[in-house]
Write a protein that binds this ligand. Structure first.
Ligand code: SF4
Length: 322
């Protein structure tokens, strides 16, 4: 009987190759992509269309936030809890596998490709923590690993699997040519949690307001961030789109914007009466400093009143998170 499985899809080269190799090994494969505010499924959708396979999209935000708050195996270079994130994705894919009555979950992991999260020990940890022992297939490195249950049952042809290891992409690029995989994004990038600047904003939010409010988490993807000395957060629009978005978030706190000149909108995620007065004054000065009111004969006026100068952005450098 044909083995049926779900293969984790980022849309990157390795995940596309994994599908192709599984198909050569005789499997029927569908893709699974995990969507969060930090990682979307655009590339995976494109890849699934090119491969002609069905893609299941699972909202992974609650899982990811719990892992960021408490990563059992720690973070990678930034706020990326890769080992636990991967294990949890595989666990969720395993739940879907059981629901659909399929036989395995696969990934495009390559042994030794990422020193922290894809060494032999980490691959073992992921398999164990995901609860998918024997049902987790890594076709690109399978010949370096123990055979899985569908291989032992003869339902996946192990001979088609590969023994790729290490950081070089040479074999994958050659294989892509052979298997007709033409369109794939560069290996770097994709997940915001691996970026230093984004991680600074995320850590700041986690340590102050917490990660419980999904709208505040989503706002990490936009605008500049400042943390004032009294603990107040200021989310400052960078352009029209940011400003328009922030205006729709008035229910999250207090909005500031200039009324007698063009300038940014800022959101303070706190009720007006709870903002320390010194921070409120600083926040108004900050908005004024980023406004275009320098040629006005008098003070810049915001929705909360006139703001006396100086309107100097450099005064806020030390408070800027990102
Ligand atoms: S790079 Fe991001 S999405 Fe990928 S395993 Fe790491 S934390 Fe998860």
């Amino acid at each position: 009987m044909t083995a049926r499985g779900l293969s984790l899809m980022s849309g990157g080269l390795d995940s596309q190759l994994a599908v192709k190799v599984l198909q050569l090994a005789g499997a029927e494969v569908e893709g699974v992509c995990f969507s969060t505010p930090f990682f979307d499924c655009t590339s995976a959708r494109k890849a699934a269309t090119a491969l002609g396979i069905k893609l299941h999209v699972i909202d992974f935000t609650d899982d990811e936030i719990k892992l960021i708050e408490n990563p059992p195996h720690g973070f990678g270079g930034a706020m990326n809890p890769c080992i636990d994130c991967h294990a949890t994705m595989i666990k969720r894919a395993g739940e879907l596998m059981a629901k659909l009555g399929y036989d395995f979950v696969a990934t495009g992991e390559v042994m030794g490709q990422r020193p922290m999260s894809q060494n032999k020990q980490a691959l073992g940890v992921v398999e164990k923590s995901s609860g998918m022992k024997g049902r987790l297939v890594r076709p690109l490195s399978a010949k370096l690993l123990e055979p899985t249950i569908p291989e032992l049952e003869g339902r996946l042809d192990r001979e088609q699997f590969l023994d790729i290891s290490g950081r070089s992409r040479e074999r994958q690029i050659k294989l892509a040519e052979e298997l007709g995989v033409k369109d794939y994004p560069s290996p770097a990038g994709g997940c915001k949690l691996t970026e230093d600047g984004f991680s600074r904003k995320l850590r700041d939010l986690m340590e102050h307001e917490g990660l419980g409010n999904r709208e505040l988490v989503d706002l990490l993807l936009t605008a500049r961030r400042f943390r004032l000395p009294g603990g107040t957060s200021v989310i400052l629009g960078r352009d029209r789109n940011d400003n328009a978005l922030l205006k729709t978030k008035a229910h999250l706190g207090t909005l500031l914007s200039p009324v007698n000149c063009p300038g940014p909108t800022a959101l303070i995620p706190a009720r007006l009466e709870s903002i320390p007065p010194a921070d409120l004054l600083l926040a108004q000065r900050l908005v004024a400093a980023y406004s275009r009111g320098d040629r006005l004969p008098g003070d810049i006026e915001l929705n909360l009143g006139a703001v006396p100068g100086p309107y100097d952005r450099t005064l806020f450098k030390d408070f800027q998170i990102c």
